[in-house]
Design a protein around this ligand. Structure first.
Ligand code: PLP
Length: 408
């Protein structure tokens, strides 16, 4: 066989949120049930899809059009519906043509970075939802460039850190914001979003906001949308239904292009992404048909409010429990359904962390942690899995130098 060489950067693709599942399954196969706290799948967490939503979907299955291809960009009526929703937030004026559907937001993220030249860098948060950091690192074939989210300041972005990095690194062409944030559960105040727009303006950068959790906030917090503050700057908002309906199995997400005519280069990027969808033909059609019907259903708003209230209660409960544990840092969450727990300096030691009674599990875990270079939080997480059968993800796998873990 001729040499099957991978593109430089291909090895940067890494997704520990699922990588750890393989290990947990090994323990499960020995007869130990696992508590899954690694993945943000509301269905796996036993959230119920309401019956009126299921009826909408099953009625659609009876219609012939559900079985055809969609327009490459997505169903025009659905795109018009979503454009209108965003327009109602104020700030931008979208048309259906400014929206592009993908097979899940993960698919959109993977494509987003692909077409930039490797030296065109998107600076993203640290910690960050690892699909972004790993796709960006793969495109650039080097480590991600990041700005700090500060655990000592409610996980808000360190804007001075961001400013200095952008100022002194001319290869940065865009800024990624995740709001509400995965993995910290934080929601950015309007003034912070305005700060991002100001930096983008000064250095002429593209803003990208992953807003998949935009409608999942609680305890009186509302997520200000990028659309509300972006003005006439070029930007992309990333949205989806995986968490909100919730319907992660639909594999359906979309990009909203703000001010696509504001710059020739941005307009070309939008066109390239559309061309990529043409090659792929189209995205999943069933969820696209369902979106306007579900979102305009008379029960949708109340359903979402109730779901958010339940997450808020869990968040309060978690904060209460965590508050009693010494040696950790955390912030009560405001949105999405994750929290990041960071160990204080010196708490993690490089020895064995927890007792593992079962000899077979112990052998497995000891083999997993044999690599001495392994970050200490990852070792801890493997011990936690072996000892308590709780599956969480180390924060070092979220593009971070901090040591801790994310829990769902
Ligand atoms: N963006 C963020 C911030 C997420 O947390 C997730 C999923 O966890 C995604 C994107 C991917 O969503 P999808 O299921 O639409 O691929």
């Amino acid at each position: 066989m001729r040499q099957l060489l991978l593109r430089p950067g291909a090895e940067e693709l890494n997704y520990e949120i699922r990588g750890i599942v393989k290990k947990a399954r090994q323990i499960e196969s020995l007869g130990f049930p696992i508590t899954w706290e690694n993945i943000g799948d509301p269905i796996q967490k036993s959230n119920q899809v309401p019956s009126w939503m299921k009826e909408i979907i099953s009625d659609l299955l009876k219609e012939n059009k559900t079985y055809g291809y969609a327009d490459s960009k997505g169903m025009p009526e659905t795109r018009a519906f979503l454009a209108d929703l965003t327009n109602q937030q104020g700030g931008v004026k979208l048309s259906a043509d400014d929206i592009l559907f993908f097979n899940g937001l993960g698919d959109a993220i993977a494509k987003l970075y692909q077409f930039l030249i490797p030296t065109a860098r998107i600076i993203g948060p640290s910690p960050a939802y690892s699909t972004h950091s790993s796709a960006e690192a793969a495109h650039a074939n080097t480590a991600p460039i990041t700005y700090k989210l500060d655990p000592d300041n409610q996980w808000l972005p360190d804007m001075d850190d961001l400013y200095m990095k952008v100022k002194y690194n001319p290869s940065i062409v865009g800024i990624l914001i995740i709001n509400p944030d995965n993995p910290t559960g934080m929601v950015y105040p309007k003034v912070v979003l305005e700060g991002f727009v100001k930096i983008a303006e000064e250095f002429n950068l593209l803003l990208i906001a992953d807003e998949i959790y935009q409608n999942i906030t609680y305890n009186g917090v509302r997520a200000v949308a990028l659309a509300e503050v972006i003005g006439d700057r070029p930007a992309i908002s990333l949205k989806g239904i995986s968490k909100e309906f919730p319907w992660p199995g639909a594999r359906c997400g979309w990009m909203e292009f703000y001010n696509r005519e504001a710059s020739k280069e941005f307009s070309k990027l939008c066109q390239t992404l559309e061309n990529a969808k043409m090659i792929e033909v189209c995205s999943t059609i069933l969820p696209q048909l369902a979106i306007p019907k579900i979102m305009s259903h008379p029960e949708y708003k109340a359903y979402r409010e109730k779901a958010n209230e339940a997450i808020g209660k869990r968040s309060d409960w978690m904060a209460e429990i965590l508050g009693e544990i010494p040696g950790i840092k955390f912030n009560p969450t405001q949105g999405a359904f994750y929290n990041t727990i960071v160990f204080e300096e010196g708490v993690l030691k490089s020895d064995q962390f927890l007792e593992i009674e079962d000899a077979r599990v112990k052998t497995l875990v000891e083999a997993w942690v044999a690599d001495e270079q392994m970050p200490l939080d990852k070792r801890f997480v493997y011990y936690l899995l072996g000892s308590e059968r709780i599956c969480v993800v180390p924060i070092s796998s979220f593009c971070s130098d901090l040591r801790g873990f994310r829990v769902t």
